[in-house]
Design a protein around this ligand. Sequence first.
Ligand SMILES: NC(=O)c1ccc[n+]([C@@H]2O[C@H](COP(=O)([O-])OP(=O)(O)OC[C@H]3O[C@@H](n4cnc5c(N)ncnc54)[C@H](O)[C@@H]3O)[C@@H](O)[C@H]2O)c1
Length: 260
Amino acid sequence: MEMEFKHRVALVTGAAQGIGEAVARALAARGAAVAALDANRERLDAVVADLTAGGRRAAAFAADVSDGEAVDGVVDRVERELGPLDILVNVAGILRVGPVLELSDDDWERTFAVNTRGVVNVSRAVARRMTGRASGSIVTVGSNAARTPRVHMAAYAASKAATTMFTKCLGLELARYNIRCNVVSPGSTDTPMQRALWTDGRGARAVIAGSPEAFKLGIPLNRIAETEDVAAAVLFLASDQARHVTMHDLCVDGGATLGA
Ligand SMILES: NC(=O)c1ccc[n+]([C@@H]2O[C@H](COP(=O)([O-])OP(=O)(O)OC[C@H]3O[C@@H](n4cnc5c(N)ncnc54)[C@H](O)[C@@H]3O)[C@@H](O)[C@H]2O)c1
């Protein structure tokens, strides 16, 4: 496999499972030293143990991205232990679903604390260090729900819309430091978060077919994304191949939102 990220150090949040795990594995397989961050210490340690057993360079950093002080401490440790960060991939996120009239204050606060504030916390801590080196790439995993309204996803969609715009504004401010900031917006992707939504026994088939009651058209490419599909888009934007791309939002949803 091409060692495209050799000599690069990357921080990946949400690396214990799902899309974050796939991104961490893909970067490590291409030579990066990966700092894997997640709130789930047990699963995180298992992923990192598997990577290092396979000869990859990776280290685990257990933390909650919504805790700004903890994030600063982790970023400090990552740079001391692995070296200056070249790449940040914000993947950690949560999904609380329910009608707007029933979502609790806690649902709103926690969703924004993790999906929005968490991205601000980590991006800011990393960007402060990248600016001095005049180099870096930040990729934030948003959602196609940030641009297309979805029933029962108001808190989630709003938090992702905020995160998307934050990442673009950051890209504008950091362009002068040669730091690129981009977004990858997945649609339905086969992960524990997605599977928690499969409650009617039809699994992926219902998602692919769509649902007129929920104003969902289904997925034109006729499949649910695998985590590797999203990781491939992340890696492109993180790499030098995308050296002239910033403030971009790359949708990876099989056409579910018709490119809107
Ligand atoms: N799976 C999908 O269909 C889908 C679609 C669009 C967008 N996304 C987005 O992709 C990202 C990854 O989703 P996934 O499906 O892999 O989810 P997942 O729930 O399977 O994994 C999320 C990971 O983030 C970690 N995490 C959650 N809160 C955290 C916190 N406060 N601090 C640190 N780590 C935390 C979890 O422990 C978990 O390991 C999320 O931002 C999600 O919103 C997913």
